[in-house]
Design a protein around this ligand. Structure first.
Ligand code: ATP
Length: 456
């Protein structure tokens, strides 16, 4: 199979995105709101399928995992205990000439300068504003949490934060989950949900935004087994991205240096993807020790230890946290699937998304809008839509419709033609091989289910 390397540039993806309805600029008719995006009719299905693939892999297919859906708004003490109020900051610098603001660590990285976190101002000496070359002001720590007020009175006592990560919703429910499920160590809790960070420099499309979705796991283990579980999770999460179609050579693991580790972390690996602008983080897998449970136990006064029946002892479990960004995952799967191949004089654009991730799984295409064909095609569509994400398309010639489905990654097209009216069979066309086969309509659901599950 021809695969264009390197993968799509952003312009191609942005063009398909708007034209076909994957992602739109938020509030576009009002000129847009900086770096916020809305998922359109195709984007929402792609995103949903990525969530489903993740949930199946980390919750439904395992005995040692359960799910959770915690509220976005949490008690203010949660963020004091977790360290976010004090430490969830980025070093902000402002240009004295053009007043644009930047993250100092990003400027240092781009200039190849090692930043000393203890003395960020030192790295300033070698830096200037990347936009106008102006002098940069002194760095200050900027807290990334969004604040809002609970109830009608805007006073400090009613101040709450929009969660900057989903993880804390899991930690504060640790005892609830243990008591209600009787889970024994090692076990984990998974959650998908929105998180909010007032990023200083959002950008690169959906890669860095101020509102995004995370897919996070807190995996609780017996202290001493955490290193082993960290390695297992790193491998398992890396394999997941490859299983769902990202080329291995476009993924890499990067272990954090000791100066880079978050205040709670003992060890951490980033899974990075080779985005068009360079390697960047898709997911972080951190060994968090018992930091969070201890902090919440201390601040809430509740017992958050675990009773180990084998050793008849109580202790705080250690935690391994695979924390991925859904929007970044969606973007990476999509970018990596983009392909172009010669098609006579033209070019066939094919999005080779994994069959379980593609926004539309099956397209039903009547050969024409002939009055006899339409009811038969609609009947086929009605049978399929109960089982798959489908699309019915009868506009323009069949060749064009195939190309339209290729561009959005539809793995299977079902064509209803005049023979179908006689032999009650339809043609299934495969996106990647363009191979076509005739299948009895009565067997269609079963055949397609088999294909989706196992491929050709
Ligand atoms: P970065 O270094 O890129 O700012 P981070 O290390 O702060 O990311 P984590 O706190 O580890 O990110 O969050 C876990 C995951 O959440 C990241 O791997 C990423 O996929 C996603 N994520 C974090 N911040 C954003 C954002 N602003 N926009 C989109 N996704 C994000």
């Amino acid at each position: 199979m021809a695969r264009t390397l390197p993968y799509a540039d952003m312009d191609k993806i942005l063009s398909i995105s708007k034209r076909r309805g994957f992602v739109f600029q938020s509030s576009e008719i009002y000129g847009g709101l900086g770096s916020t995006w809305d998922y359109g009719p195709l984007g929402v299905e792609l995103k949903r399928h990525v969530k489903e693939a993740w949930w199946r892999s980390v919750v439904l297919d395992r005995d040692d995992m359960v799910g959770l859906d915690a509220a976005i708004l949490m008690h203010p003490q949660v963020w004091v205990a977790s360290g976010h109020v004090e430490n969830f900051t980025d070093p902000l610098v402002e240009c004295r000439s053009c007043n644009r603001r930047f993250r100092l660590d990003h400027l240092a990285e781009a200039a190849g300068i090692e930043m000393d976190p203890a003395n960020p101002a030192k790295s300033l000496e070698a830096l200037a504003c990347p936009d106008c070359g102006g002098e940069l002001g002194d760095p200050r720590q900027f807290n990334l949490m969004f604040k809002t007020f609970m109830g009608p009175v805007e006073e400090t006592a009613s101040e709450v934060h929009l969660r900057p990560e989903t993880a804390q919703g899991i930690f504060v429910n640790f005892a609830n989950v243990v008591n209600s499920t009787r889970k024994k160590l090692p076990f984990g809790i998974a959650q998908i949900g929105k998180a909010f960070r007032n990023e200083i420099t959002p950008g690169n499309f959906t890669f860095r935004t101020r509102e995004f979705e995370q897919m996070e796991i807190e995996y609780f283990v017996k202290p001493g087994t955490d290193e082993e579980w960290l390695q297992r999770w790193v491998q398992s999460r890396l394999d997941w991205y490859v299983e769902y179609g990202i080329r291995r050579e476009n993924l890499r693991l990067r272990q954090h240096g000791s100066d880079e580790l978050a205040h709670y972390a003992k060890d951490c690996y980033d899974i990075e993807y080779r985005f068009p602008w360079g390697w960047a983080e898709l997911e972080g897998i951190a060994s968090r020790t018992d930091y969070d449970l201890r902090q919440h136990a201390e601040h809430s006064g509740q017992d958050l230890t675990y009773f180990d029946e084998e050793t008849k002892s109580r202790y705080f479990p250690y935690v391994v946290e695979p924390s991925g960004g859904l929007d970044r995952g969606v973007l990476a799967f999509w970018l990596d699937s983009y392909d172009e191949e010669p098609d006579g004089e033209a070019v066939r654009v094919v999005c080779r998304l994994h069959r379980k991730l593609a926004p539309v799984t099956v397209a039903v295409l009547p050969l024409s809008r002939n009055a006899k064909l339409v009811p038969a095609a609609q009947d086929v569509h009605a049978r399929l839509r109960r089982h798959f994400t489908t699309q019915y398309d009868d506009a323009q010639g069949i060749g064009r419709r195939y190309r339209r489905q290729d561009e959005i990654g539809t793995p299977y097209c079902v064509t209803v033609d005049f023979d179908s009216l006689e032999d009650h069979q339809v043609t299934i066309r495969d996106r990647d091989t363009m191979h076509q086969s005739r299948i009895p309509i009565d067997e269609l659901v079963f055949v397609l289910q088999d294909k989706v599950e196992h491929g050709w």
